[in-house]
Design a binder for this molecule. Structure first.
Ligand code: 8X3
Length: 252
């Protein structure tokens, strides 16, 4: 068994890109997600690279299912070197007083509570082994709210606080904690945010070269590969013509 990375939301976007990057970097992988077909497709692709790949099908919002999935792992798969808390989403881009309560609950339950569930399930074994790395996928959206971002921005601000809190709480150990804060990354992020309105989603990336999932995976892999005494605490990764969550220069 090589080093093991556990990635939530590995069926698309940044999670899928991280799976590929860590597989190429020699890691064996535990990939989680809700879409069995997609999980199996990624698994097959990475097994073809000679990696061992385990898939766990569950929604991070379901703490009971998450616990059962983790407990179902054979002992050799329980020695997790890197946890990438990637599962997360934005839903809607409306004024706070017009937003959808269900969208808010889904974001809060996935981006905050799901991340906490996985952290609670997997970090104790890291502490016990005095080794491990938690990489949380935050966002530039967590640095400051942008127009109509309200609740999504709040969930990513929570990711920042939760990541900082964990880093403090594990400081006595050799466990490392990283918050990755991407800006505009072209994935299915905006299609999901706009509930399948692809035209609206495409407009998000118009007039600017956005980041790719692979760009973020490169940074995650760098953080995981840094010498043991180096803790990449936080990285803000923006497209070159993006300056903040709300300042984006677009070519006409
Ligand atoms: C994703 C980046 O700027 O679309 O978290 O909110 S942004």
């Amino acid at each position: 068994m090589g080093k093991i990375v556990f990635i939530t939301g590995a069926t698309s976007g940044i999670g899928e890109a991280c799976a590929r990057k860590f597989a190429e970097g020699g890691y064996d992988l535990i990939l989680t997600g809700r879409n069995v077909k997609k999980l199996v497709a990624v698994q097959k692709e990475l097994e073809a690279l000679g990696r061992k790949v385990k898939t766990l099908v569950f929604d991070v919002r379901d703490a009971v299912a998450a616990k059962e999935a983790v407990e179902s792992l054979e002992e050799e798969w329980k020695i997790i070197d890197v946890l990438i808390n990637n599962a997360g989403l934005a839903l809607g881009l409306e004024k706070e007083y017009e937003g959808d309560l269900e969208d808010w609950n889904t974001m809060i339950d996935t981006n905050i509570k799901g991340l906490l569930t996985m952290t609670r399930l997997l970090v104790p074994a890291m502490i016990e082994r005095n080794e491990g790395h938690v990489i949380n996928v935050g966002s530039v959206a967590g640095d400051a709210a942008y127009a109509n971002g309200n609740v999504y921005c709040a969930t990513k601000a929570a990711v920042k606080a939760i990541t900082d809190g964990l880093r403090i709480d594990v400081a006595e150990s050799a466990v490392r904690v990283t918050n990755l804060k991407p800006g505009l990354v072209e994935t299915n992020f905006s299609n999901i945010r706009f509930h399948g309105d692809n035209e609206r989603a495409d407009n998000v990336y118009k007039g600017i070269t956005p980041l790719t999932g692979a760009d973020i995976a490169d940074v995650a892999f760098y953080a995981a590969s840094a010498p043991k005494h180096v803790q990449i605490a936080e990285v803000l990764i923006l497209a070159t013509h993006q300056a903040s969550g709300s300042v984006i220069h677009r070519e006409k």
